[in-house]
Design a protein. Sequence first.
Length: 506
Amino acid sequence: MSQDPSDQALPDLLRQGRFDEAIALCQQRLRLSPREPRAWVALAGALIAARRPEAALRAWDSALALAPAEPVILVGKASTLQFLNRSGEADSLYRQALAADPTRTEALFGLARLAIEAGDWDEAESLSARLSAFEPDRPDALWLGARTALGRGDFAAAETRAAALAANPQLGPEQRAEAILLRSEALDGLDRPAEAFAAAVEAKAIQHRLYAERAAGRESEVDKLDRLAAWFRAAEPAPWAEAPGETPIPGEAATHVFLMGFPRSGTTLLEQVLAGHPEVRALEEAPTLAEAYAEFLTAPAGLQRLSRLTPAEAQVWRARYWAEVAAHGIDPAGRLFLDKAPAGTLTLPLVAKLFPRAKVLFALRDPRDVVLSCLRHNFQINAMTYAFTRPDTAAACYAACMAMAEVYRAVLPLGLMEARYEALVEDFEGELARLCGFLGLAVAPAMADIGRTARARTVRTPSADQVRAGLNDRGLGRWRAYAGEMAPLIPVLAPWVERFGYGTSG
């Protein structure tokens, strides 16, 4: 499908972060040409850029209805499904695209990424070789080679390949940042922490510059967390003491659990442990409460309405939540459903009002290890992860999140238990028994085989390689190897180090 030369305005709007205007432009063009597949493709791309993947899926479906076998559209929808963790559907569409066009390299790359997410390094290498056959120095094939070496634990090869990739003149800034972060991970594996930290800071600085224009004029994550904390400090507590009564919804879970805290606090390890239980169904970092957040938590008027939510209103939002869960291919009926949302701590008021019987596992880990890991790893950029593009804002974001969480816990009637990463690693059986007791689960033998569980599931977080390898203590106190580099951040983190009992010296 060729690009309309009159579409230059659209990429300009997207580059400037003016997503609403970009979407409006696409919708205007669709009114003029509703049966033009290219117009639907443009709308889907704008919606993806605006982080509205569910709406983008509907646009892809409209495009496919007009051009069912078009590889570009098949790959576009597959990529969106992959973003939403719907890996099986994505795999099928990528393969349909390749059947229609065996040279469709975007489909090969998408399949290779799925293989990496599944920890299938042989398949990833095979697909990488097919990509390289088209052009030996393709950046996507070089990235796959470096990523696969890292996954296999061949840190020397990963470092060499990532360094070569970062120097490739074909890379755009986003790809270069990702390559440098890959090299940082490899350097850490080689126990070269000073170089690893310098590489991470270099890569994050690229990301910071790349997204600065888009972030300008928007509420930063720290400001958002501070705003919510300030509102709840001043809020009348009585309306939050009770929640609207719950009416059963077909297909909902028997036991509902939210896993929250902060990114890189050990939530992936805990999720894999619990997902090993035959009665548990887990969903990894899906936007199950995104619509409710936009409705209630973005302005004081919404918070006031949430505080006095009626049973009928609550039922509507509960039904939307369970529909979102079902859309991700999860059937939690009669089971324990685990909704893993490490960046979702700010949504605890929604949990308290919509799901008062739900249990909350609040993940904790040494704040210094958490922030170091946020700086060293690559994330899809959003308001929170943009804060991770600088050391000072990463530490400030962590502190703001923990301060907000403390305010929430003082006001909201939550069934919450803290779950420490260090306890799970150092006393697995004891901590597992404690967690299962809180959740009302009998300990199952399969829960101990974390690597097997992770290998059988798609794990998309930066912790994927670690959890597939099973329990290990490399992540405990890792910040000490970076003590000099972390020194400027310690004053910001020190209150939380003390508050959570990690001690000033670690």
